[in-house]
Write a protein that binds this ligand. Structure first.
Ligand code: GRF
Length: 188
């Protein structure tokens, strides 16, 4: 059975969906949750699912090999970034070629790159007068939001949308499609 590590820093709603999905589908196992924020709610979610957690400092992430070592020890097949904001060090990307997946809350290549995360993305989409937005699920390389696309899902930007109302619609897309897309690439 394929073994997944999920990286998350925030509230972890997507991480929770992933945990629920694979708990029920049994098609893969999430065996590790990597987090860079002490006290993040996602750490408790992982514990509730009996998933081991690794809490990282910036120093341990960028200046030691603790992450790569842990991933290798745990025989991780796929890394899934679900709201993990730090740029991955090049040696980590090299150790897992085409085996790291990210979800971005817009239709890349638009509205991506450094600083384009969370509400910043939805503010920019509304300000640009876009007629549609959505999500991009993609492989990760050494640059923010630039790896090969795996799937995109779209939703309209409606007249009168605020960044908040758009964020909610985009999040629904994330929750509806992320886990199944991850599952589909496990068999690639
Ligand atoms: C999501 O919008 C995802 O696209 C982005 O970070 C956000 C994480 O949200 N990469 P959550 O913590 O899963 O609720």
């Amino acid at each position: 059975m394929k073994r997944i590590a999920v990286f998350a820093s925030g509230t972890g709603s997507n991480a929770r969906r992933l945990m629920e999905h694979f708990h029920h589908s049994g098609k893969a196992r999430i065996v590790l949750l990597v987090c860079n924020k002490a006290g993040a709610p996602v750490l408790q979610t992982a514990k509730d699912f009996g998933i081991e957690t690794l809490l990282l400092s910036r120093e341990s992430f960028y200046e030691s090999d603790v992450v790569i070592k842990t991933l290798q020890e745990k025989s991780i097949d796929l890394i899934v970034l679900a709201g993990f904001l730090w740029l991955l060090p090049a040696d980590l990307v090299k150790a897992f070629p085409q085996r790291i997946v990210n979800i971005h809350p817009a239709l890349l290549p638009k509205f991506g790159g450094k600083g384009m995360y969370g509400m910043h993305v939805h503010k920019a989409v509304v300000a640009a007068g876009e007629k549609e937005s959505g999500i991009t699920i993609h492989f990760v390389d050494e640059h923010y939001d630039e790896g090969e696309h795996i799937a995109q899902f779209r939703c309209p930007v409606l007249p009168g949308d605020t960044p908040e109302t758009l964020a909610k619609r985009v999040q629904e897309l994330e929750h509806a499609h992320f886990a199944e897309t991850v599952e589909s690439i496990l068999t690639r």
